[in-house]
Design a protein. Structure first.
Length: 324
């Protein structure tokens, strides 16, 4: 009887002292907005034929994109280039009486916060993965960048190795747009100069990752301010993704981690929803093929006249957003 009474005393106490169930994690954040990609080709002879290519943001696991309006002075078509799958809007038009060719595309976008590796179970294109282990024109996989790994043991586990490379780049680089040379996504320049913008940070990371046989890819688009509202956007933003053995694609945003050290852990494997992606890859051949050399990366409008690329100062882009 005493033992039975003890049992009835102990059980209620055990129930009372049981740990509370963990609260479920908050769902990834989302942001829905309109993004206007517009501009004008200027300083052309009236009646001059101008060929124009614009990147078109994809719909994928990270974002849903729909065209709201498309305004071009001639019929446009959207094709997909075969290497990275980028969507490209192309049109050919005559410059107007003022020597101008205007264009404007408005997108409705729902961008999702990226948390951790891709959850999509897809059959990887082995040719594409092989391409993402090779060098780009400004992203070598040998030489100067690998000096950062000299006498530094790199883990065999590719996820651990990628985290080491993330830290190596973050510790070596400083985010700055001082002087000249930054913004070309040149791994050797970044390694030697030790500063730059997002393209420089992530090119250096990709050089190191590919040197360790970790497929990695460059993504570029535009940042949105954290505060909701509307306004113009002054420049692009880029980041990288890598694929460790047996894992899905995982993002890194090292330049943002460098600017916001308190978010260093977050930006290895996560991306805020305050952005839009437009294209992936480097050394791009457009559709239809441009006459000029492959593009270093593709986020701004590209145009040609008489088979030659137009100078940047003759292309006046305007980018803006408006939250819904």
């Amino acid at each position: 009887m005493t033992a039975l009474r003890s049992l009835f005393i102990v059980l209620p106490l055990a129930v009372l002292s049981a740990p509370a169930a963990a609260e479920p994690a908050a769902p990834p954040k989302k942001r829905t907005f309109q993004f206007t990609y517009a501009g004008t080709i200027t300083d052309q002879k009236p009646g001059q034929t101008v060929r124009v290519w614009l990147p078109v943001p994809p719909s994928n696991e990270d974002q849903d994109v729909a065209i709201v309006t498309e305004e071009t002075p001639a019929a446009a078509r959207i094709d997909r280039e075969p290497v990275y799958g980028n969507r490209i809007l192309f049109f050919q038009s005559l410059a107007d009486a003022e020597g101008k060719v205007p264009f404007k595309v408005v997108y409705r976008v729902t961008r999702r916060e990226v948390r951790g590796e891709s959850s999509k179970e897809t059959q990887e294109d082995m040719a594409r993965l092989a391409r993402l282990l090779k060098p780009d024109a400004k992203v070598p996989i040998d030489g100067k960048p690998l000096e950062l790994l000299k006498d530094r043991p790199v883990p065999d586990n590719q996820m651990e190795a990628a985290r080491l490379l993330y830290d190596v780049v973050n510790n070596h680089m400083r985010y700055s747009k001082e002087g000249t040379g930054w913004g070309n996504g040149d791994s050797v320049w970044a390694c030697e100069s030790r500063y730059g913008n997002c393209s420089d940070f992530h090119s250096l990371f990709i050089s190191l990752a590919r040197s360790q046989k970790i497929p990695s890819v460059f993504e570029i688009g535009f940042p949105l301010p954290e505060k909701r509202g509307a306004g113009d956007i002054g420049g692009y933003h880029c980041w990288a993704k890598f694929k460790a053995d047996g894992k899905g694609w995982l993002p890194v945003d090292i330049s943002e981690a460098n600017k916001h050290p308190e978010m260093k852990a977050y930006y290895f494997g996560n991306l805020t929803e305050d952005r839009i992606a437009f294209s992936t890859g480097r050394d791009l051949v457009l559709v239809p093929p441009q006459d000029g050399p492959p593009l270093n990366f593709f986020v701004h409008p590209y145009a040609e006249v008489d088979g030659k690329p137009l100078a940047k100062e003759k292309i006046k882009p305007v980018y803006s957003f408006k939250d819904e």
